[in-house]
Design a protein. Structure first.
Length: 279
């Protein structure tokens, strides 16, 4: 197998390289500057090594809880091919542009600022059939071209996996830390390590782990039923020396608020430790 060339590479050519984050050309700061209309104090990425673990639910929950604490909060929906944040909040209008050629984020009922590709498409069910570099450019523009205003926290709902777009977020945005979302299955131990190792290679602090789908509480007897098997989060957290920021059960009340597009009314008591960590 031929040795990979890591000399004289550009930002574009490095995007899919196995040495990304380690070679000399990438040790320089490639973060895109914020625009003059944005003053964001903390950027928090919410990541998962695979899809289907409730990453968007955790993103919205963290944003909602910090908003309840009185902080100014925004959500960047960087999951371009699978956006769900606007619908959870009942936001369906299209984002408007400014005279300066910038974009205004849409504002939910609880004043959370939201930007998502769904707010720019002709219809919400229009598929985004784009290649990785184009998607990555859009995510970067969500940082450089959106007038976020004054925010204490901007939560970035990352696409699953460790591909082009998560790499673009880590390289282009000033990410202060990430929260890893997982679920109880055995396979997840490997998946969590992938997300953890990617963050470490990109020199982004991992704030901790949130386990979703931890259990289902019987409405009659209160017994906790491990629908997806016994949890392994404690042993994973110990091995990686990470904090467990919360264990979220399957909660029909939260699911109902998602279906009713009223996430701004959600009360999620399972992530109180995560809130303290973020504060």
């Amino acid at each position: 197998m031929a040795e990979e060339n890591t000399q004289g590479c550009s930002e574009e050519s490095c995007a899919g390289c196995s040495h990304a984050g380690n070679c000399e050309s990438q040790k320089k700061d490639m973060r895109a500057p914020a625009n003059k209309f944005s003053n964001v104090k903390k950027v928090i990425g919410v990541v998962s090594g695979k899809g289907g673990v409730g990453k968007s639910l955790v993103t919205a929950s963290l944003a909602r809880m910090m908003r309840e604490q009185g902080y100014q909060v925004g959500i960047m929906d960087a999951d371009i091919t699978g956006p769900s944040i606007p619908k959870m909040y009942g936001v369906h209008e299209q984002a408007m542009g400014s005279e300066e050629g910038m974009l205004f984020p849409c504002i939910a009922a609880d004043e959370t600022k939201i930007m998502s590709i769904n707010l720019l498409l002709d219809t919400e069910d229009t598929p985004v059939i784009w290649r990785g570099p184009v998607i990555g450019q859009v995510v970067t523009q969500f940082w450089t071209d959106v007038m976020w205003g004054d925010l204490d926290y901007l939560f970035v709902d990352m696409p699953p996996g460790t591909g082009d777009v998560p790499l673009t977020v880590f390289q282009s945005l000033p990410v202060d830390g990430v929260v890893i979302v997982t679920s109880p299955q055995d396979l997840v131990q490997m998946i969590v390590k992938k997300a953890y190792n990617m963050a470490k290679q990109m020199n982004v602090p991992v704030l901790g782990i949130v386990e979703n789908y931890s259990y289902l509480e019987c409405p009659d007897c209160g017994k906790k039923i491990s629908v997806f098997g016994e949890s392994h989060i404690d042993e994973i957290a110990k091995e990686l020396d990470l904090d467990i920021l919360g264990k979220m059960p399957i909660d029909p009340k939260i699911a109902e608020m998602v279906e009713k597009e009223r996430f701004y009314d959600v009360n999620n008591p399972y992530l109180e430790k995560a809130v303290e960590k973020l504060k």
